[in-house]
Design a binder for this molecule. Structure first.
Ligand code: HEC
Ligand code: HEC
Length: 336
């Protein structure tokens, strides 16, 4: 039986269901294919140099392998790029939950001053000048002009097709007991019981789709990031970040929103200590923004060998390597 704290409504781990496509943006093969081209096309950014795939690279687990991403003009962003894989299953998107759909997220990334730095309608006009895109938008959406709405719908549709589900853990769930090593099996048991991970990482994605404070906001330092507070301006949300899904996690390090945990071992060790709670600063007395750690975190007192087992389980969530070829991008003008 799994062990979680009272009041936590944990869903059992399991196989990924099929992704649901929203009613106002149903799946078609042509739309996903158009979205795939746009995902790889740097012409979606104002500088013409940055594509979604620049920071969500299939060879790097659909992330970028960096502590924090490089944005426009190689400015360092504040946060680590999460994998785009399986994000079609999430309805709380970005580390601070500020997007609730992939359409919304795509527009926010395109318009983010530090990322693609565009204006939706201008990007649409620019893409509209590329004949092949105009034709495809006509085919897919039945409209003569490329609009930002069509762009975000196509990109979101493609992202919803990037899904895992072939890890050793999935093979195990499908009835292959030998798919997990003994260490991974022991780790699975710990994950579901005394390591208390299921308090927040549960269900097929190993995420509760919620925000929690885990003490990582670097409070009072130059790199302080109060997470969801910056979105809601509610002091209760200070330091809250989304529970990330853990599938394919061994390939998407470094970890956490700040990318400062370089390995899974470092990460489970931090949990083992119960996660350090930020302390009040002398120069900010009675600060309502001082983040308070979630009561769902506990000092675990796991042994080194148990921590190794936990890591072995997390590694069993890795998807087999598949080479993903980038699509051919349409030329600026019809070629003679
Ligand atoms: C400059 C690098 C960069 C580019 C370009 C970029 N991203 Fe991201 N992406 C990030 C970072 C960093 C985050 C986390 C930001 C945050 O949560 O505040 C992120 C978050 C995401 C997430 C959220 C995943 C989750 O679990 O919450 C998705 C999905 C995503 N990006 C898709 C895209 C798409 C689609 C594009 C192109 C329109 C794109 N990204 C372009 C760096 C980038
Ligand atoms: C209180 C809820 C909670 C509990 C309990 C919890 N986590 Fe997390 N986990 C989170 C949140 C929230 C984050 C993101 C924090 C951040 O980036 O600031 C996270 C991040 C992670 C990451 C990094 C993911 C990434 O993409 O960078 C790993 C790995 C992880 N947790 C594993 C575990 C394991 C293993 C356990 C059990 C020992 C556990 N977690 C227990 C909420 C929780």
């Amino acid at each position: 039986m799994m062990i979680v704290d009272e009041g936590v409504d944990a869903v059992e781990l399991g196989l990924l269901p099929d992704v649901e496509f929203p009613e106002d943006n149903p799946y078609t093969k042509e739309k996903a294919e158009l979205g795939r081209q746009l995902f790889y096309d740097p012409r979606l950014s104002a500088s013409g140099e940055m594509a979604c795939a620049s920071c969500h690279d299939p060879d790097l687990g659909w992330a970028d392998g960096r502590t924090v991403s490089f944005g426009r003009q190689r400015l360092e962003l504040q946060r680590n790029a999460p994998s785009a894989m399986n994000s079609g299953h999430m309805d709380v998107l970005f580390w601070d939950g500020r997007a609730d759909s992939l359409e919304d997220l795509t527009l926010k990334v395109i318009e983010n001053a530090n990322e693609m730095h565009g204006v939706g309608d201008e990007v649409a006009r620019f893409i509209n000048d590329i004949p092949e895109y105009r034709e495809k938008v006509q085919e897919v959406f039945g409209q003569d002009e490329v609009t930002i709405d069509a762009i975000t719908k196509a990109v979101a549709t493609f992202v919803r097709t990037i899904n895992g589900g072939r890890s050793n853990f999935d093979r195990f769930l499908k009835g292959r007991p030998d798919a997990l090593s003994d260490a991974a099996l022991r780790g699975l048991h710990l994950f579901r019981t005394k390591a208390m991970c299921m308090n927040c990482h549960h269900g097929p994605l190993l995420s509760d789709n919620k925000l929690h404070t885990t003490g990582l906001s670097l409070y009072g330092t130059p790199r302080e990031d109060l997470g969801a507070y910056h979105v809601t301006l509610d002091p209760q949300d200070s330091g809250k970040f989304k529970t990330p899904p853990l599938r394919h996690i061994s390939r998407t390090g470094p970890y956490m929103h700040h990318g400062l945990f370089e390995s899974l071992m470092v990460t489970v060790r931090a949990y083992n200590g119960g996660m350090i709670e930020p302390r009040a600063k002398k120069n900010r007395p009675n600060d309502p923004l001082l983040p308070k750690n979630s009561p769902l975190l506990h000092e675990l007192n796991l042994t080194d060998s148990e921590l190794n087992d936990l890591v072995a389980f997390l590694e069993s969530l890795e998807e087999p390597h598949r080479r993903v070829l980038p699509p051919e991008l349409p030329p600026f003008r019809d070629q003679e």
